[in-house]
Ligand binder design. Sequence first.
Ligand code: AMP
Length: 546
Amino acid sequence: MLGTMMQFPLTLAPILERTGRLFGAVEIVSRLPDKSIHRSNYAGVCGRARALAAALAAGGVGRGDRIATLMWNHVWHLEAYFGVPVSGSVLHMLNLRLHPDELAYIVNHAGDRVLLVDDVLLPVYEKLRGRVNLERVIVVPTTGQGLPPEYENYEDFLKQGAAGYEAPQLDENEAAAMCYTSGTTGVPKGVIYSHRSLVLHSFCEALPDYFGLSQSDCVLPIVPMFHANAWGCPYAAGMLGAKQVLPGPNLDAIGLLDLLEQEKVTRSAGVPTIWMGILAALDQHPGRWKLQPGLRVLSGGSALPESLLRGFDRHAIEIRQAWGMTEMSPIGTVCTVKSSLSEMSEGERMAVRTKQGTQVPFVEIRAMVGEREVPWDGETMGELHVRGPWIAASYYNLPDQQGRWTADGWFRTGDVVTIDREGYVKIADRAKDLIKSGGEWISSVDLENALMDHPAVREAAVIAIPHPKWAERPLAAVVLKDGHDATPEELRSHLARKFNRWQLPDAIVFVPEIPRTSVGKFQKSRLREMFADWEWEPTAEAAVKS
Ligand code: AMP
């Protein structure tokens, strides 16, 4: 027997409709490249998103055609976020920090027909020009300066749609948007989000235990709109009619703190690197900013060090860790301490808060070693597998990558984790980043977090270096804070409080900076290249043996 409910497609169109009608006056604030502030509202965004859809249709762009964006976070990108999918075409956000070779590959692999590009990013596009098959390049004026005459102006393009344009009725499973994974290994891989997956992801993200969004919130996504849908912020905030503040290209800590204060931001999202910078600025200028009392920020993309959690606690800002992947739209787990754990000591509570969290509704997880599922005991490591309605079932046009999915339909994340009795997932490493010493696993993430707890350490990344006797041994690359000093021996003693002797890095090397990926994560592949010629000295061997 079937239910008696309507078959109502879950698409982005009703979100756009509703937001324009109900919350037209709610502000969308963009900080432009010259740091001036541009103010618009949902009525403006919705009207212009519809105009964009109409102009695409008038230009012969049809259902399923890919429209690429090379844009910072601002109101014009938000218009594209809604206008492109509502027209039936597919929004393809390009990661503007990638190497031109990689970007050209991605544009061609996706088969993008049209590019919307910020005026300030034309130099990035110029490096692709001649190597990509775009039919139209439309430039968004974000600086008020004139455009080179050979380019089409976005404002003129918007006027080209028919007056009575009606958006098509879409199936909820049609493609809405696509992103390529940051591709630190292998070829970049495209993930296509459907209307349905984006709608369901927005509902989940907005729930009180996760991002906790309401109409009265003000959301500042620091995470770029080209990285995994800005973690769903634009759609979730749009669905509820919450104010959005879009920071543009300037992501320095002082400027962000000014924006958080001036616009009364209550929700924000970004990678730990951003939060580390913000914490350092807050520590350096106590009392300078009056932030909103209920401010909650999500930290994801890489592990949240305990020192950062403690720092934010000190400044009474709630920071929550989330874990996810481009392949997961991206949210998979969020760390919220359950009420049943309220009796825990402060130390136990902190241990929970540094974990990546519990699965959000409709995301299912398991940790596997080969064909065997490992117990949820908080100790046994296994590769995390996931499945759910906003998790990719394949990559776009890459049949040889189908091995990332198991025969019984789970996605292999490549993250090695433990899951505790309460269901909290802790990422030990990417599978390839674990260190295997004498047959025992060492988690580089645990070592990094402990190093970053030391008052003199700004950043630390740990990698495995081949070792003649132990197969691999850990090497730590450490960046010291300005004006601080520490010796390798001091840092080893600091680590020895938490780790067994065999787990300690045999080498601690001070470096001016840790190489990063285009989305701000430690780029361990580059670090491994930097230390490719490393030779262990006999003393290191002695340390391991003793
Ligand atoms: P991306 O698709 O670029 O967002 O990268 C996804 C990968 O980032 C995951 O598979 C993890 O390895 C890593 N990652 C994301 N969030 C976290 C987190 N909170 N802690 C540790 N690693 C994370």
